[in-house]
Ligand binder design. Structure first.
Ligand SMILES: [Zn+2]
Length: 388
């Protein structure tokens, strides 16, 4: 912590973005949350009052846009903004910012099929604060690392000093810039601030291998180039404490450590299954239901971490149709239910045999090499057919 602090002091304010955040396809984003446990009661009350007010305004705008069927992701007109100014007694600037957030929340429903759209419910207390409301600075002194200076404009006017965290120090050390936009939120009565980090996305690699990846709760992540990580994770998870909240944090840390081990230096594309159906974990310490939930969540988390690693390293991540991938033979291109025998794959047509996960990764690699979304579009897919 001391070293990271010294590094930051040397580089001055270079870690902070100079211009307001622009939405760009070439910007990668990460975030890191800090709980404001040291905050004095007066400031905590002021911030939580502000947060509740923002929630009320957001809910008001969401109801309004939903009733109007407005699902565009643009700016609200001034007349609409003033409805909230008059109703809640807030500044135009704050009303504008919250109307924008409400519009984005409503617009997120637009991506869903018409029948599945629901009026978004605000369960969490979160508000995005632009630089009009808050300035992030280095703390002048030894007790803290950062100061969030709330500058008014409709929000509170107070300074919140806070300490850096290991994830924040790591992002800074890896060249990420702190955005001027910050999120403020509350969880179980505890206030938090979330820093948003940005970095330019690297150019996608043009040279390297195309590698398939299949995952299984017992065997971890198996790659078609022979790499395998996370083999021991299942046994480890079963030995964890049963309190789920605690467990998930531990699993995430273990997963992150495993994902870091993957060697992507000679890889340009990783191919995975789209909407993978995750099988239940076998019963161990946990109940069957909890095991099922855990294995789904675990797979989603692993893919999320893999995606982030690929993004940073300029590796493409492609998703493919899982239809018949576990039955397909990469040697002769045919598929059959009987090919799959537990953890083994054995082709009833040509006799090719391999570990089932490794075989599935091979089939995904083939789909990646052929540029096909699924086996349906290429019925006789084999390594020979792709390489010729
Ligand atoms: Zn075969």
């Amino acid at each position: 912590m001391v070293n990271a602090r010294a590094e930051r002091n040397q580089s001055g304010n270079q870690n902070f973005a100079r211009t307001p955040m622009k939405r760009s396809k070439n910007t990668m984003k990460r975030s890191a949350r800090v709980f404001l446990n040291d905050l004095n009661q007066g400031k905590a009350e002021e911030l939580s009052f502000f947060l509740h007010l923002c929630q009320d305004v957001l809910r008001y705008f969401i109801d309004l846009f939903w009733a109007r069927c407005e699902m565009t992701d643009s700016f609200a007109d001034l007349e609409t903004v003033h409805l909230a100014v008059n109703r809640f007694g807030i500044t135009t600037r704050l009303a504008q910012a919250l109307a924008k957030q409400a519009m984005e929340i409503v617009a997120s429903q637009r991506k869903k099929p018409a029948g599945e759209r629901n009026k978004p419910a605000l369960r969490r207390h979160v508000v995005t604060l632009f630089y009009h409301f808050l300035k992030l600075e280095e703390f002048q002194g030894e007790e803290f690392d950062f100061a969030a200076v709330f500058v008014g404009s409709g929000g509170p006017r107070l300074t919140v000093p806070f300490r850096s965290t290991a994830p924040i120090n790591k992002l800074i050390a890896n060249g990420w810039t702190i955005s001027k936009t910050v999120r403020l939120g509350m969880r179980r009565g505890g206030l938090w601030i979330e820093l948003i980090f940005e970095r330019e996305r690297p150019e996608p690699k043009t040279e390297g291998r195309v590698v398939g990846m299949d995952s299984n709760y017992r065997n971890g992540l198996v790659f078609s180039d022979g790499q395998q990580v996370g083999q021991g994770l299942h046994a480890k998870i079963q030995s964890f404490d049963k309190r789920e909240k605690h467990t998930r944090q531990q699993i995430k840390e273990e997963l992150a450590r495993e994902i870091k081990k993957i060697d992507l230096r000679e890889v340009k594309t990783v191919v995975i299954e789209d909407l993978k159906r995750v099988k239940d974990g076998k019963r161990g310490t946990f109940s069957r239901t909890m095991n099922r939930r855990l294995s789904h969540w675990q797979y989603a988390s692993a893919v999320d971490l893999l995606e982030r690693r690929c993004e940073v390293e300029g590796v493409r991540l492609e998703r493919k149709d899982p239809w018949k991938t576990s039955q397909h033979c990469p040697a002769c291109g045919k598929w059959d239910k009987r090919n799959r025998r537990g953890d083994r794959f054995f082709c009833v047509f040509c006799g090719y045999s391999d570990h089932a996960d490794f075989k599935a990764a091979k089939t995904l690699e083939l789909l990646g090499l052929a540029g096909a979304y699924g086996l349906r579009s290429l019925p006789s897919l084999t390594f020979d057919s792709v390489q010729n």
